[in-house]
Design a binder for this molecule. Structure first.
Ligand SMILES: C[S@@+](CC[C@H](N)C(=O)[O-])C[C@H]1O[C@@H](n2cnc3c(N)ncnc32)[C@H](O)[C@@H]1O
Length: 541
């Protein structure tokens, strides 16, 4: 247990400072955490980096894989079916699904694709959905609007876009349809997917000590050398200092929030905790525009019980390009419960958690939804999936091809995972059982269908070509090598592989053209030269 004196001292210091000899500047002093400049700096970071934030900076695989998207699609489809059963007129209006803080757009692609497939397989032609990819920065939206994987859905009117800053109450305007998400448009409940976003927007912070409640006021410092035009360049070099101040019971204008704080004051023994005030702000606004009919699924790092909120030191910022803080899911759940809504918090897992919240409805009246939540949140969840993914990522070199194929099947044929383990797969092909190879070969189109290009990432289409090449399915290999050209560009290995396949398919004239292109791209290549000589000789015979 953590009840020792030393630990208490650590977070009961009224002013924590770190002394260094590096010249530094005080950026702000004793601010309420939610009013700190930190959050503006966070938005500026995402605006500046745009899609490059997801190139080895901000982690996103955990919330952007086909498995989590499948779980969300199943829950939402069941929610829509429950709703229509109770409100048959609901089919006359679209169901809007809003994704605030969309980020890379990869999750949106997986989820919309899965949802459309599920609806097609159940022949649900009378249900209309509109998926709204939104973000605080227009720069991200510029990327989604032109993305080849999203275009088919955009053209069918299944996707729209919106600039939405969750800290404000500005109207959410759909950029394609030119309408607002407001109480008139939202005739059906508004569905919201909030992944890795409640940890990114503003929080307040408090300390409970001897049954008294204090707010934590933040001061920010940084090295002088980290400033450019008075703004910090590297957020990781920000130094945070907390000061505490006792607060009154009516700290917030909203009595529901004060009630939750009072509960912490009464129940926590000794702790500092975060209060997701930016998330509350967004939830209240979304409740308002949706006629208090809101259905949220959220996956994030956080705490779900009072017990897990106890005995913590002052909150820290995790830096990864941007920064994030732990989400107090418990407070969010309490808020929904206290305002006539409902929630489901999954039993404790290490790592991320998936939570479901709803306003203006009760999960007990939504039986299909409740069952889907049992299966996809409380059952084998996105969090369990990630735990397994990490283990396999660390040990695939010890796995045989059957195990790898089974794991790929669990990932729902995820390109990110395939790119990690591709070399192991190809190395195992020569010794593999025919059934295993047939299974993988048959699933390769699923892998290709999950391709969502991001800058500076490898192209799975080329690697699918390599697999088919290795198992001697030359025609299939050619199809994928050619599809990869726009992404990998002209390269020796691409032209050389294409030529080898064409030769195997007895298309020697075409193979000759490609061996020559390969040689141009790498004039040093002895193999390409030998092939050209060989084919020339063959041509003369
Ligand atoms: C940590 S990323 C998460 C992206 C994505 N949801 C995921 O799971 O990978 C946070 C995203 O929220 C956006 N964002 C930051 N502050 C925001 C705000 N106040 N309102 C809406 N979006 C915000 C950022 O631009 C970024 O795309």
């Amino acid at each position: 247990m953590f009840h020792n004196i030393e630990y208490r001292k650590t977070f009961w210091s009224p002013f924590v400072t770190e002394h260094t000899n590096v010249p530094s500047v005080l950026l702000e002093e004793n601010k309420r955490l939610s009013e700190s400049a930190l959050w503006r700096m966070q938005r500026e970071y995402f605006d500046k980096e745009s899609i490059n934030a997801w190139v080895n900076q901000v982690p996103f695989y955990i919330t952007s894989n086909p498995f989590i998207a499948y779980c969300y699609a199943q829950i939402v489809l069941n929610f829509i079916l429950d709703w229509i059963q109770q409100h048959p007129e609901a089919t006359q209006h679209p169901f809007y699904i809003l994704e605030p803080g969309t980020g890379s757009g990869r999750f949106s692609f997986f989820v919309i694709k899965t949802l459309v497939e599920l609806m097609e397989s159940l022949n649900l032609t009378d249900i209309r959905i509109c998926y709204v990819m939104s973000d605080v920065t227009r720069n991200n939206i510029n990327y989604y609007e032109k993305h080849p994987a999203l275009l088919p859905y955009i053209e069918k009117g299944l996707i729209d876009f919106a600039i939405y800053n969750m800290e404000t109450d500005k109207p959410i305007t759909l950029l394609r349809q030119h309408i607002h998400l407001d109480p008139k448009t939202l005739q059906n409940p508004l569905i919201v997917f909030a992944n890795y976003i409640f940890d990114t927007i503003s929080h307040d912070a408090f300390t409970v000590h001897d049954k008294k409640l204090y707010e934590l006021l933040i001061s920010l410092k940084t090295e002088t050398s980290n400033l450019e035009g008075n703004r910090p360049v590297n957020l990781e070099k920000l130094e945070t200092v907390y000061h505490i101040r006792e607060i009154k019971p009516d700290y917030y204008p909203d009595p529901v929030l004060n009630k939750i704080l009072a509960e912490y004051k009464a129940e926590l023994h000794e702790s500092s905790l975060l209060f997701p005030i930016g998330s509350f702000h967004a939830i209240k606004y979304l409740k308002k525009i949706s006629n208090d009919k809101l259905f949220i699924i959220s996956t994030d790092k956080g705490y779900s019980t009072v017990k897990s909120l106890d005995y913590h030191g002052h909150p820290s910022l995790s830096f990864h390009g941007s920064f994030s803080m732990m989400v107090n899911f418990h407070a969010l759940a309490d808020y929904f419960k206290n305002t006539g809504g409902d929630y489901f918090l999954q039993t404790s897992r290490k790592g991320i958690k998936t939570s479901v919240f709803c306003a203006g409805m009760n999960l007990t009246n939504l039986p299909r939804t409740a069952l889907a939540i049992q299966q996809y949140v409380e059952g084998f969840s996105p969090s369990d999936y990630f735990t397994l993914h990490r283990r396999v990522s660390d040990s695939f070199n010890e796995c045989d091809l059957d195990t790898i194929a089974a794991h790929m099947h669990l990932t729902r044929w995820d390109p990110h995972m395939y790119l990690k383990i591709k070399n192991r797969i190809i190395s195992l092909v020569p010794e593999a059982e025919a059934e295993t190879l047939e299974f993988i070969a048959a699933c390769m189109p699923k892998l290709a269908a999950h391709f969502y290009h991001l800058p500076k990432t490898e192209c799975v289409l080329f690697e699918i070509g390599v697999f088919y090449h290795a198992v001697k399915q030359y025609q299939d290999a050619l199809v994928y090598y050619e599809q990869s050209i726009p992404y990998v560009g002209e390269q020796f290995s691409l032209r050389y592989n294409i030529a080898l396949c064409q030769h195997q398919l007895e298309k020697n004239a075409e193979a000759m053209v490609n061996f020559k292109k390969a040689l141009e791209l790498n004039p040093e290549s002895k193999e390409a030269e030998e092939w050209i000589t060989y084919l020339e000789k063959q041509g003369k015979e």
